[in-house]
Design a protein around this ligand. Structure first.
Ligand SMILES: Cc1ncc(COP(=O)(O)O)c(C=O)c1O
Length: 418
């Protein structure tokens, strides 16, 4: 039913084949209310923010600020805790430059995991290299769950400054126990140890409440959660902003209160202090519209999460009919008492056929999936996969999409004979 809000899903590819879009972990589609909100902004309000006293500029400032509030509330963050960025990658780099650059010293330790997207790994490699710090990675077990066993010991014995972890893996689909990790950091770590969570794959599917999670930083992208491309954010625990532990990493107009010839005083309001230059107001308006759509039309993130679980179970079920297929990541609940701890996608290896060939055959049937290393090369290396094929979902996908995918996958067998 929700498909009607996404006209692009009605198009055909290769001239004739109806599109079946199963690549939302890479980029989701935006519903009409998001597209209309953007175009309404350009048609009626476009003007620079915070710099004019004419009506258009005031309107533009108002929608910018209203949109910020909508997004903060949607993610359970407080006023001023959202730093608006272009995407999750920029948000994570913001932690490296706005926090790590000042806080990490030679000999310090940064802990991350082998399952991270490169966006939550390469900035820490760079930071560690520049500061003479050590980067350690937690490993995954055979089911694709994080092995947290070494963490308390590392936190107790080493000068750990940062733990950088994804909320949901974009390859394994694993939902990591963020609250448990935060509790370990608070219990065994130092008072200066910080936790940054890469929420790029969690925000599109799970209810996220920044304050309940207790992390210090939380990064996300708008384009994976039905919003526009080129907008995202970093949630920062207010205290780190107020104590100036987290500092601006982009400088210029808009973020200052005053500028002398040789120095500047930065804005006291963090919402302003981290907005250097002219922001992408239209995309921010679109992102707020996406949050509103998820709340009003979808019925909230609990509904979105339940829908996602249904599609995951269906996909796992159809893949059982393919003996050549090995599913990557958790397939069984950790205990019978909890739900399957995976979200958003199902990736797999097709024995004897390269993932790009699988994806190409699926594409010939109109089924859009992702193939390759999904920006998780260390994970692929650790698990011995050359590449994998990933099917991923959004609220507009339905049972029929999974059936189309299963039919198309049969063609791989027909073509390759394996
Ligand atoms: C887990 C994860 N983190 C970070 C990113 C980076 O997101 P973006 O390219 O929007 O910055 C992605 C993108 O696929 C991702 O899946």
């Amino acid at each position: 039913m929700l498909k009607q809000f996404f006209p692009i899903l009605g198009r055909r590819v290769h001239d004739t084949v109806p599109l079946t879009y199963l690549d939302s972990a890479a980029t989701s589609h935006a519903p009409l209310p998001v597209i209309e909100a953007i175009s309404n902004y350009y048609l009626n309000h476009r003007s620079n923010v915070h710099r004019g006293i004419h009506q258009l500029s005031e309107e533009s400032t108002q929608v910018w600020e209203d949109s910020r509030q909508v997004v903060e509330r949607f993610l359970g963050a407080g006023a001023g805790e959202l730093i608006i960025t272009r995407n999750a990658t920029e948000a994570l780099n913001g932690v490296a430059y706005g926090w790590g650059w000042h806080q990490v010293e030679a000999g310090d330790v940064i802990i991350s995991t082998v399952m991270e997207h490169h966006a939550n790994l390469v900035p820490w490699q760079e930071l560690a290299k520049n500061k003479g710090a050590e980067l350690r990675l937690l490993e995954v077990d055979e089911a694709g769950r994080l092995n947290l066993e070494p963490l308390p010991g590392w936190l107790e014995q080493l000068p750990v400054k940062l733990v950088a972890i994804s909320h949901v893996s974009n390859t394994l689909g694993t939902i990591n126990p963020i609250s448990e990790v935060v509790s370990m950091v608070r219990k065994y770590g130092r008072s200066s140890t910080r936790v940054v969570v890469d929420g790029a794959q969690a925000v599109p599917h799970l209810p996220v409440d920044f304050h309940s999670l207790g992390a210090d930083f939380y990064a996300f992208s708008g384009h994976k959660m039905l919003g526009p491309m080129g907008i995202g954010g970093l949630l920062v625990r207010r205290e780190l902003l107020d104590t100036n532990e987290m500092r601006p990493w982009l400088f210029g107009g808009g973020m200052i209160e005053g500028v002398m010839r040789d120095r500047a005083v930065y804005h006291s309001d963090p919402a302003e202090r981290f907005t250097a230059g002219t922001p992408d107001v239209a995309s921010m308006v679109g992102l707020a519209a996406a949050c509103q759509f998820l709340t009003d039309q979808v019925g909230g993130m609990a509904v979105a999460a339940a829908h996602d679980q249904k599609l995951i179970q269906l996909t796992l079920q159809v893949l059982k009919d393919f003996p050549q297929v090995t599913v990557i990541g958790p397939t069984l609940p950790r205990t019978s008492a909890v739900e399957l701890d995976r979200s958003g996608s199902v990736a797999f290896v097709y024995e004897g056929v390269h993932a790009h060939d699988v994806a190409q055959i699926l594409d010939s049937e109109g089924v859009a999936v992702r193939s390759g290393h999904h920006c998780t090369m260390p994970l692929h290396q650790a698990c011995g996969w050359v590449a994998s094929t990933r099917v991923s979902f959004q609220i507009y996908n339905d049972e029929a999409d999974i059936e189309t995918f299963a039919r198309a996958l049969k063609k791989v067998h027909t073509v390759f004979g394996v």
